[in-house]
Design a protein around this ligand. Structure first.
Ligand SMILES: NC(=O)c1ccc[n+]([C@@H]2O[C@H](COP(=O)([O-])OP(=O)(O)OC[C@H]3O[C@@H](n4cnc5c(N)ncnc54)[C@H](OP(=O)(O)O)[C@@H]3O)[C@@H](O)[C@H]2O)c1
Length: 286
């Protein structure tokens, strides 16, 4: 495994997001714990979760509890592992379908962060994100709540998620080096966050790439993944490895966090840290 800077932490260059273990379609708890143990055994030192990782209509914080239980019951060096969580989203139903609601009321963000610390079994959360900006709350207030949570030692350092370049610059102006990461979507099917990769590189922040393989549902436009599949076939590796290896070349501050429901897929993905793509291959992939 190779490692990259995530604020004060050394994060595995490819880290793990536990959303598929926690929301609709999740495996049973014992399987989920064993997936996280396998990921940790493989050298992953950064697990991403969220207050809102639970199935719609169920009890919140399942993902956080899972991450905490897995770490507590793991036989390796727990002090090397960073657990990052996010507050500001909750699960809902829209037209009978499970959806994600936003509640960025600063007081509620603070309450959720205290709940996250309790579920994670810590006094101070390693890395706490605002999950998503709300159109209803000025972003300065959200960032102010994060600053208060650091002052109150509820969070050690913070990040923001689903933020645009202006929001990243605003958060950086207010928080300075207490802001360490931006977590945005990025994959062959979602390249529009390249400006945020650039801004985070410029400001010395980690860019944590969510849904780096295109998400757990079928990709909207499979054609965008075909060049990756061709290289995978030629190199006899998985398409996931080619995608993740390509993402790692986007900057030394980029940390993809693939998810998975099972060990086989995530253990395959982690091998991407050993895959060096050639200049010719990178020219094709863009
Ligand atoms: N900040 C945000 O707003 C936000 C939003 C969404 C997600 N996230 C974070 O990002 C993480 C990853 O996103 P995601 O889970 O939606 O999508 P993803 O990582 O792009 O894709 C996950 C899917 O990829 C499959 N997969 C993984 N490795 C594979 C391999 N080597 N070969 C074939 N298939 C492979 C998994 O299959 P199996 O299921 O068969 O294992 C799973 O279905 C989440 O867990 C969460 O932590 C954050």
């Amino acid at each position: 495994m190779k490692y990259r800077k995530l604020g004060p932490y050394q994060a595995s260059a490819i880290s793990y997001g536990n959303m598929p273990l926690a929301i609709e379609g999740r495996p049973d708890r014992a399987t989920a714990i064993s997936v996280i143990h396998d990921v940790l055994d493989a050298g992953v030192t950064h697990i991403d979760t969220a207050w809102a990782y639970y199935p719609s209509g169920d009890t919140p914080q399942y993902g956080e509890e899972l991450a905490a239980e897995a770490l507590r019951t793991w036989s390796g060096d727990q002090s090397r592992v960073t657990i990052a969580t996010k507050v500001g989203h909750f699960r809902n139903f829209t037209d009978g379908r499970p959806t994600w609601g936003i509640d960025d009321d600063p007081d509620h963000l603070k309450e959720r962060a205290h709940e996250s610390a309790r579920a994670l079994g810590v006094d101070t959360i390693d890395l706490l994100y605002s999950h998503r900006p709300s159109p209803d709350v000025p972003y300065e207030k959200v960032i102010g709540a994060l600053a208060d949570l650091i002052d109150e030692e509820v969070a050690s350092v913070v990040g923001i998620s689903n933020a645009n370049p202006d929001q990243i610059r605003l958060a950086h102006r207010i928080l300075g080096d207490r802001l360490v990461a931006v977590q945005n979507q990025f994959s062959p099917g979602f390249r529009s966050s390249e400006p945020e990769i650039e801004v985070t590189g410029e400001l010395g922040l980690a860019f944590v790439a969510w849904s780096p393989l295109g998400g757990y549902r079928a990709a909207l436009d499979q054609a965008l993944f075909e060049p990756f599949q061709k290289i995978a076939d030629a190199r006899s590796v998985s398409r996931a490895q080619v995608i993740l290896a390509w993402e790692l070349t986007k900057g030394p501050h980029v940390i993809p966090i693939p998810g998975s429901h099972r060990s086989a897929t995530i253990l395959d993905s982690l091998r991407a840290t050993d895959l060096e793509l050639t200049e010719e291959e990178l020219a094709v992939l863009g």
